[in-house]
Design a protein around this ligand. Sequence first.
Ligand code: DGL
Length: 349
Amino acid sequence: MVTGAQAQSEGAGTVRSGADLPHVMILATGGTIAGTGATSTTTVGYTAAKVGVEQLIDAVPALRTVADVTGEQVFQVASENMTNTLWLKLAKRVNELLARRDVDGIVITHGTDTLEETAYFLDLVVKSNKPVVLVGAMRPSTAISADGPINLYNAVILAGSKAAAGKGVLVAMNDQFYAAREVTKANTSTVDTFRSSDLGALGYMQDSRPHFYRVPIRLHTVDTPFDVSKLDALPKVDIAYGYENVGRTAVDAFVASGDKGIVYAGVGDGSLHQDVKPALVDARKQNVVIVRGSRVGNGIVARNGEANDDQLDFVVSDTLNPQKARILLMLALTRTSDTREIQKMFQTY
Ligand code: DGL
């Protein structure tokens, strides 16, 4: 049991009175951070999305030494089951809370499987400069050396810090924090799984405070045109994956199912298999917007490099991985179907 006094000494470097603590809302959505395992050594094969937000907060008494925290259970899902409906509910709630003068920042606890996607979606649709920080865990709350408590503590400090304002949506994991646009889950099971490999973390959490070394360059939050406040659905966009001997089946199926956009995760610099290219051309003829991306995970997909995008009227994904290119394309399609405008968006956000 951690006493109040001990919690005070364990908290931020300088003990602050409740009056000047930032008010940080913790919005819980599920995931392993809220997971439970059969034993203290169960770190795989546990059940995600079981523990409620109040239990998460009570498990980290030091939270109350660094912020005035309020918890809210927005929903409780394993994040592999995330949906557009849940995203729109979360985004609208975040914007509603950030518009309140008494809310200084928001932490969203989330499963790690799609955490990077939710983070980027919010990076494009949150309309506030106040900090929004997503956090998860790779070990359930019942495990030895569970990483959730320290991740949550760091996320609350970051969300309550003035330094994090105006930096877009951030992801705080494993003593580091990242830009939503660039971070990805890079390991199936280790606590250091979140990385922005080529471009790196924005900084470190140490001594109960954020240490920034980089800031995001691409526009985000209040500087994007994407507004979900009146939306109750998002355009249907899917990802077709490139590989040896790939055929046109997936692309044709997506078109037949009514997709408005398709991201093709090509090999190398977004190269198109000879059997897939005709399917993408046919899709474009049916006004499906095509984004030519890459499965590689790092680097710029060069426009007119491995394909004549000008002639094909394709968009290229810049450095966004396929799952993030899909998110930007979905939101772009809520504004326009003009591929020149959409290409500008991929070079801006
Ligand atoms: N079911 C996975 C999820 O909710 C667990 C992974 C995790 O949260 O670390 O994303």
